[in-house]
Write a protein that binds this ligand. Structure first.
Ligand code: NDP
Ligand code: 8X3
Length: 268
């Protein structure tokens, strides 16, 4: 979209899955003058993603890989001031980094899993938002309360709790509440606050959930046709590419076979 030309986009969790696709799709859609900052903990993987983007769309898009653990507040605090000046004027923040750990029922939930999920999915997302918001609020000399896009990746899990998902569901419900409150706080500004809630997407999500057990992760997607990361990326880029007066505020995106977190048609 022409509307994205010259913009600077920041994607968290861009080393894999949805975040990686979001970075790629922004580059594909606006291959001439876009700047994309891709962040995650795995810097080597991010460098590979940057090289893949350059190979696919050429060097009209400037991609900056930056190592960042969003669950560490001190890293998030240093992040914006440490950006090279030409990447600092961020226009679009895609808060995508997030994870699930385990399927334990309440009595067995591990303290560490609970801490990591909240520190990443909730506090990390909020800290990132706080780090970038001053840039948005000052845009256009602060006229109309600034502008910019905050695109939060929630989940169907934030709309309904399912057995074995209580903590993850609680973190995504927190994302939902934070996003809604933020949109209301920013009513007098041109900042757009957008939430996109995917259903099942095949990524490294389940491998992470089962602590690296690939066989268990594969079983999750057996007999179903999950969404691909590109399916979600297209919607993220579509939302960012609308006219500034159009806010795709809140979207739930299922694959065809799915009708709730747990109701899905499985071919045997
Ligand atoms: P992946 O595991 O494939 O990707 C997750 C990304 O988040 C990775 O790039 C990972 O990078 C990054 N990440 C994890 N922890 C941190 C951290 N502390 N700091 C920075 N980056 C981090 O999963 P998905 O692509 O599926 O997940 C992306 C988002 O989509 C998540 O918020 C997830 O909850 C949400 N979602 C996923 C669904 C699905 O079915 N897959 C459905 C609904 C929502 P690294 O390890 O290098 O840090
Ligand atoms: C991922 C969706 O419901 O499989 O956010 O946990 S779910």
């Amino acid at each position: 979209s022409k509307r994205l030309e010259g913009k600077t986009v920041l994607v968290t969790g861009a080393s894999s899955g949805i975040g990686k696709s979001v970075a790629q799709e922004f580059a594909r859609t606006s291959p001439k003058s876009l700047k994309v900052i891709i962040t995650a903990r795995r810097i080597d993987t991010l460098k590979t993603v940057a090289a893949e983007i350059a190979k696919e769309v050429g060097d009209g898009v400037k991609v900056l890989p930056v190592q960042l653990d969003i669950s560490k507040p001190e890293e998030v605090e240093r992040f914006v001031p440490n950006l090279p000046a030409e990447f600092r004027d961020i226009d679009v923040l895609v808060n995508n980094a997030g994870l699930v750990r385990g399927m334990d029922r309440a009595p067995d939930i591990k303290a560490e899993d609970m801490e990591v999920m909240f520190a990443t999915n909730v506090t990390g997302l909020i800290n990132m938002t706080q780090a970038v918001m001053p840039i948005f609020l000052k845009k256009n000399g602060g006229q109309d309360g600034g502008s910019g896009d905050i695109i939060n990746i929630g989940s169907i899990a934030g709309r309904e709790g399912y057995a074995g998902g209580s903590i993850y569901c609680a973190t995504k419900a927190a994302v939902r509440s934070f996003t809604e409150a933020l949109r209301r706080e920013l009513i007098a500004s041109r900042v757009r606050v957008i939430e996109i809630d995917p259903g099942q997407v095949e990524t490294e999500f389940s491998v992470v959930r089962f602590y690296g057990d690939k066989a268990k992760a594969d079983a999750v997607y057996k007999g179903v046709e999950a969404l691909t990361p590109d399916d979600i990326a297209e919607i993220v880029v579509f939302a960012a590419g609308r006219r500034e007066n159009v806010v795709l505020a809140d979207s739930l995106v299922f694959p065809n076979h799915q009708a709730s977190a747990t109701i899905m048609h499985r071919k045997s």
